[in-house]
Design a binder for this molecule. Structure first.
Ligand SMILES: Cc1cc2nc3c(=O)[nH]c(=O)nc-3n(C[C@H](O)[C@H](O)[C@H](O)COP(=O)(O)OP(=O)(O)OC[C@H]3O[C@@H](n4cnc5c(N)ncnc54)[C@H](O)[C@@H]3O)c2cc1C
Length: 337
């Protein structure tokens, strides 16, 4: 256990705050010991995966626990289906690459998402037409109330758009220890409809894509659009895409005829990036913080010296200007700590 420990290398915004105590755990026993220590000393705990979906706004006056449980297990179901279980501390993209090397299908559209496997159910990570709920079977968690193990199946996780029980009533109660996915071994379901995947495959001269080709296309697109946190601190999309009533969308359409929207019954999902860009934020910098020049939805630590508070205040200004112009209140996707 370390004292007064800088969390700068443990969050992709690169914000420099200290945790009063810090420990990295590799086994369930170490995790239980750390939690018991925090209970005995009345310390709040902060669980850290890859730190790619958090904004640390101040020093953490408790015990930060970095989850580094490792291991991958496989269970064959038949000649086409397999269950693959990965422990929480496995890096997500490396896990996707592992599955592709073995020619297991299902994760390819989720290539290059930062973070760890254990965090993937928290907000039902998604990209390019796939969310983890599409291949999720179950996850095993440690219940902090009694330190017992519990398993959540797909239904119990109550996955929604960037949402799950772990972000709602289960928040702060469960530590996800491992996640099991249902993957294919040969009859893969290739998904190229979303975003620029088809165009990118054409650019690569591929007409009959494999799961590995889809992954390559997704990686190329992501690398061309998103800042690499190793170079510029960020946490990906800072806000969720808002869902508004159809009637409100139709009213807005009168005033802003180009407003994009994806209707679903009597609600419409509106791209947050478009709203933010229309308010003049794309590429705009205030002090150490900026909205990314290629994607307004991504807030970046432009100088490397931004504090969590500066980034938070910047996000509040964006929220206020979107409310003022469109009457829509953006919700932060990033966990504020
Ligand atoms: C460049 C970039 C691009 C991104 N693109 C996408 C994208 O396309 N789609 C997408 O969905 N997300 C995206 N993200 C967001 C992020 O990668 C995901 O949310 C990822 O799942 C976060 O994982 P992490 O391990 O880094 O989480 P952390 O930031 O470490 O943790 C997030 C939250 O979960 C808690 N937590 C961490 N591990 C556990 C655990 N095992 N059990 C319980 N609680 C836990 C933490 O306390 C914190 O509250 C992007 C981020 C970046 C930087």
């Amino acid at each position: 256990m370390q004292e007064n420990f800088s969390l700068k290398p443990y969050n992709t915004f690169g914000v420099d705050v200290n945790a009063k105590y810090f420990i990295e755990v590799q086994t369930l026993e170490e995790l239980r010991d750390a939690i018991n220590y925090s209970k005995n000393h009345d310390l709040p705990v902060l669980f850290l995966g890859g730190g790619s979906n958090i904004l640390l706004t101040k020093d953490f006056d408790g015990l930060a626990i970095k989850l580094s449980l490792k291991g991958i297990d496989e269970k064959d179901l038949n000649d086409n289906e397999i269950l693959v279980t990965a422990k929480a501390g496995e890096n997500w993209h490396e896990f996707v690459m592992y599955s592709l090397e073995k020619n297991y299908g299902g994760l390819e559209n989720l290539s290059l998402i930062p973070g760890n496997v254990g965090t993937s159910p928290m907000q039902n990570i998604g990209a390019y037409g796939t969310e983890i709920k599409d291949i999720f079977v179950s996850c095993t968690v440690l219940d902090l109330e009694n330190l017992a193990l519990k398993t959540f199946n797909l239904e119990e996780c109550r996955f929604g758009y960037r949402d799950s029980i772990f972000k709602q009533e289960g928040k702060g109660r469960y530590v996800i220890l491992e996640v099991t996915f249902h993957l294919t071994k040969k009859d893969h379901h290739i998904k190229t409809e979303y975003g620029a995947i088809k165009t990118e495959l054409e650019n690569l001269g591929i007409t009959d894509p494999t799961i590995q080709d889809v992954s390559k296309a997704v990686i190329n697109i992501r690398q061309s659009k998103l800042p690499d946190p190793k170079e510029t601190g960020n946490a990906g999309s800072f806000f969720k895409n808002p869902t508004i009533p159809l009637a409100q969308f139709e009213d807005l359409k009168q005033k802003f005829e180009n407003i994009p929207g994806y209707p679903n019954g009597d609600v419409v999902k509106v791209p947050a990036g478009w709203l933010i860009e229309q308010c003049g934020w794309k590429g705009k910098q205030i002090g150490n913080t900026a909205s990314h020049k290629l994607q307004a939805l991504v807030i970046v630590n432009a100088t490397g010296n931004a504090t969590g508070k500066e980034i938070f205040d910047f996000s509040t200004e964006i929220i206020n200007s979107v409310i003022e112009k469109f009457g829509i209140e953006l919700e932060r996707e990033v966990n504020i700590i």
